[in-house]
Structure formats: C-alpha cells, structure tokens
Ligand binder design. Sequence first.
Ligand code: AMP
Ligand code: ZN
Length: 433
Amino acid sequence: MHHAFCPEEFWSQDTLRAVQSTRLQTIIEAAARSPFYGQRFAELGIRPEDIRSVDDIRNLPCTTKDDLRAAYPDKMLTLPVRQMARLHASSGTTGAATVVYYTHNDLAAWADLVARCMHMTGIRADDTFQNIAGYGLFTGGLGFHYGAERLGCLTIPAGAGNSKRQLKLLEDFRVTAVHIIPSYALHLASVMEEMDFDPKRLSLRIALIGAEPHTEAMRRRIEAFFGVRAYNSYGLSEMNGPGVAFECPEQNGMHLWEDAYIAEIIDPTTGDPVPEGQMGELVLTTLTREGMPLVRYRTRDLTRFLPGHCPCGRTHRRIDRISGRSDDMIILKGVNIYPMQVESVLMDIPEVGQNYLIVLEREGFLDQMRVKVEVKDEFFVEDMRALKALQQRIAAKLRDEILITPRVDLVESNSLPKSEGKAVRVQDLRPKQ
Ligand code: AMP
Ligand code: ZN
C-alpha cells in the first residue's frame, strides 16, 4: 500500500466532490461576512444558501488581482484583524503587491499541506532540509519552513543568496533535501563550476523547485548537475503560497489538492471552461481558509488538466507544468511567443550555460528579439569560427521553435544580471505606444 502522509491523498473523486460541496458552502458563508464579498454578492443578488454543491460554482463571480488591490488592505477579511496571525504579500512581478492574511488555523492547515507535498516526494523526518528561499513577505520562505518542521526535518532557514555560504551549509550539515528556485539552482551550479566545487561533496538527494516557470529541460539540468531528483512545486500567495499543487514520484504533472482547493481551467478571453485536457487559465477557490477565503481567483497561470489516473494511486487531479502566464506572452511581428519556448530550446544545447535573457527592441519600425545566452567557460575559449557556428546553430534552433529568427549574443558565464528572487527572463526596451 502507498505510504501516505494523510488519508486525504487517496480519497476517491466522489468523496472529494462531496467534501468540496460542503466546504464551498461554508467558505461562501464566511466570504459573505467580508466587506468586499458582502458587497459583491449583494450587488449580484447571490445568497450563500443558493450555493449547494460544487457545480454551483459557475454562478459565482471571479476574483481578480485588481479586486485584491481594491480590497487593500483588509476588506476581504471575514474576522477582525486582531484575530489574524500573519500576513504575506505577493512578489509583485506584475503591478502592486497584494496582501494575504492567515489565522492560526490557516497557518496550521497550510503547514499540513506543505508537509504533505514534501512527504509525497520522499522527504522524511530524518532528512536535513535547507530552505534556500527568501524569508519575509515571500511565501516560499516561511511556507516551506513550517512545512518541513511539521514533517519533523532538521530545518535550516538559509534564506536567499550568498552562494558560498549556501554551499558551506549544504556540505557541513550533510543536507539531503533543499527547496530552491530553479534559476537560482542553475546560478549555484555555475558558481560551483567556477570554484571547481565537485557536486559529489554534497549529500543531496531531493530538490523541490518552483515559484517560477521553468521547463523540463531545466529540471533535467538541475537533476544531472546535483545528482538529485527534482520535483515541481506550484503555489501562489493568494492561495497561501507553496502547497497548492506538487509533483509526486512519477514526475508527470502536479497533483492539485482538491480537498483544499477547487480548480477550474477557463478560456482567459471568454471565461468559459475549456474542454477537458485543453490549455487555459487556472482559476482557484480556497476551501479551508477561514481568515481570507478567495472565490474563483483568476491566477493568470496557463496549464491544463492531465487526463487519466496517476500510477502513484493519488486521486487528486494533476495539472501540467505551468507554461507561462496569460500576461507574459510576447507578440513579435505578429507571432505569439512564450519565454518558456525559448528556454526549452536553450537548455537542451550542451554548450549553453546556466542563464539567458530575452531582450525586445525596436529598430526603425521593426520589433526585434535579441537573446543573450551565457556560454559555458570550456566553450567560450574556442576560436571565433566555432563561436560563430554555435551562434548560428542556436538562432536556427530558436527559429524552428518560435518561427522568427532572433539575434543571438553569446556572453560569458555569470555575466548576465541575476535577480535575488524570481528570474526576470524578458527585458522589453521597445518604446511605449
Ligand atoms: P507569488 O505569489 O508572488 O509567490 O507568485 C506566484 C506566481 O508564481 C504564480 O501565480 C505563478 O505565476 C508563479 N509560479 C509559482 N510556482 C510556479 C511553478 N512551479 N511553475 C511556474 N510558475 C510558478
Ligand atoms: Zn501521482
């Protein structure tokens, strides 16, 4: 039998739907007590008692990032502020930060969810866990911290940055599991290459990677370099933070915990549900959060439900790797391009180093894409002709994927700007209309 952290992981789909229906009623009653939803439901003539089952969810309005801003700082709370225990904020990569509050119960439920995810990947109480993530308003710090403690791991709150100190902690305390943002994992790899630090000096076996879009090619690189199994971790502060959906040992899609969230996938332009298995925008409803429930939150993250059952036996539906956000699509010369398409090409080319940057520029009336690519040191020393050939090869492979030919700049490893938190993959230098 499967070794589960909690029985919920193996509840049948029927049980999950029944639980969702009950919890949805409770959460809508609670939401109606908040100033924001109270007013919105009244305007739309929605009475909490009309919501009887999960199928009624389509009668409820969606909540957007703009709604969260309008409700700033506390109009979505269902209880007085003094009953709240903590607040976090989103990293604000797009627009102003939004704030989320948690009661003590909410914090405990969140820690349980994160512990469930970690346990699913094979992390146990006797693992030593280093949390390489910003501690502060970002949920990846405290979120994983309390999850790991809940699981019983020796937990090292390393925080973000300072690669040399990260390496010392990893080696001296024989750390076996880490949580790390994928772009930072590759940055750490390039620092280790520079220092001639043999990854075999580390005892790592599991890496939890997430918080930003990344490709399968990126995962494979991290696994190969550190000699670990890397598991995709999806979450967002509006839904607590990490612990929303997570990969199991199959590494084929992320189980989205349906006892804690209702997930829908919609067409971002029409708002209608997409046919089963098709790509669309993920919309999430919290089912257990008492302090600040969110109803049909439009994440802007693009994914799809994976069809079929997972061989691991867990019943919660799986979502595909996030392919991007509905607002990070690049439109260039009439062609739609996602940064992850560029990444998947680059990370499969062995000469390419650990970082890249997409720059959008305008020349005259024409938009151009320039891709700056770090090249591994051992190839950068080669003669001009070899480098020129590499440049052309990269441009051709990119053209096959994105249908336009970008300019390719080859640069030395570790020379592109590295952000402390989530990677910034696109720099748009085009003049604003
Ligand atoms: P924040 O609330 O500031 O931590 O940002 C949450 C956002 O980060 C999500 O809405 C996604 O756009 C992104 N994100 C988080 N985890 C992943 C992941 N595993 N893959 C892709 N994007 C992710
Ligand atoms: Zn599974």
